[in-house]
Write a protein that binds this ligand. Structure first.
Ligand SMILES: *Cc1c(COP(=O)(O)O)cnc(C)c1O
Length: 305
């Protein structure tokens, strides 16, 4: 049976993205693979990129433990929030915990802890008043901050300079800022951008007989496609036979699309890719590009290319 929506994940694009990021930054790349690699699938992603990256970053140890992700690579994983994990559990999965309190640094001292520095986000990180004590405990060789602007990267530099720490701050938004580069970069979205193509098919195409659908939309020609809000879709744009069209009304499992007179049942509809970017989707959905990518990656049956 044909799936409602087909999600093609082009791992060669992910590889090319990383190669480009690494060449521009000239420092190692720590690949952010949290949330099942932004929805793309952590197992195929790691298999595709392992030779290109320095190490990995996830949100919680669960993400490594549940998928046995540590068996796919010999590299290490920084985990942002390790909760009540024991040092033995972390060591067994090559997980290096981010720490922001002296208690965490002591509990996980055998685990090559990574100091999380707060430069403005005010979550999961140590403020300036706690840094000295944690550094003095001597268990961190590395420090990072989740900076979203260059001012925060500068604050990170001031707080950690001359402390013999390997340092990183830049995610996607700061990859082009040399002052945020330090000793590694830590991109997520930039690795996956352009790698996901989402398509479905026209079930039906017709000339409209006046207002149609639940909302009474009006357009000379319209059609219906499989896929709706139960799959995470929302109104926006699509491409049919090379022409950008409106996705007019999204139902639970099917949606209405605007058509031209030559479009026919069975024709392909692209919802992401073929010129429609994550930013276009984010704009239509009034959300961020990361959320648009994640929802699109999860809206149908995945095929990894
Ligand atoms: C998610 C995350 C990143 C990656 O962010 P992008 O904007 O997707 O590049 C980097 N660092 C930390 C701490 C994160 O949580």
């Amino acid at each position: 049976m044909q799936p409602a929506i087909c999600v093609e994940i082009n791992l060669a694009v992910v590889r090319a993205n990383i190669a480009r990021i690494a060449a521009a930054a000239k420092v190692p790349v720590i690949a952010v693979i949290k949330a099942d690699a932004y929805g793309l699938g952590v197992t195929p992603v790691i298999r595709a990129i392992d030779d290109l990256v320095d190490s990995y970053y996830v949100f919680q140890p669960r993400e490594i433990v549940d998928a046995a992700t540590h068996t796919l690579t010999s590299k290490t994983f920084i985990a942002a929030v390790c909760g009540d994990a024991t040092a033995d559990e972390l060591l067994a999965h090559r997980i290096r915990p981010a720490v922001w309190t002296i208690d965490q640094a002591r509990r996980w001292q055998a685990c090559d802890c990574v100091l999380a520095v707060d430069t403005g986000q005010q979550r999961f990180a140590a403020g300036p008043d706690q840094l000295d004590a944690i550094i003095a405990a001597g268990v961190c060789r590395e420090a990072f901050t989740h900076a979203s602007n260059i001012t925060q990267a500068g604050r990170f530099d001031e707080l950690t300079r001359g402390r013999s720490l390997r340092r990183h701050a830049a995610g996607t938004s700061l990859l082009d800022a040399p002052a945020a580069r330090f000793d590694a970069v830590r991109p997520g979205f930039a690795m996956y951008a352009g790698a996901v193509r989402v398509t479905t098919r026209l079930l039906d195409a017709r000339a409209s007989l006046g207002p149609a659908g639940y909302t009474g939309f009006q357009t000379p020609y319209h059609g219906v496609m499989l896929g709706g809000y139960s799959e995470g879709l929302a109104a926006g744009a699509c491409i049919i036979n090379g022409v950008k069209r409106r996705l007019l009304e999204v139902g639970m499992q099917s949606s209405f699309v605007e058509l031209g007179p030559a479009d026919r049942a069975g024709d392909a509809i692209t919802l992401l890719g073929d010129g429609l970017t994550e930013a276009d989707v984010a704009n239509a959905w009034r959300c961020g590009t990361h959320e648009a990518l994640f929802r699109m990656a999860r809206c149908g049956s995945q095929i990894h290319l």
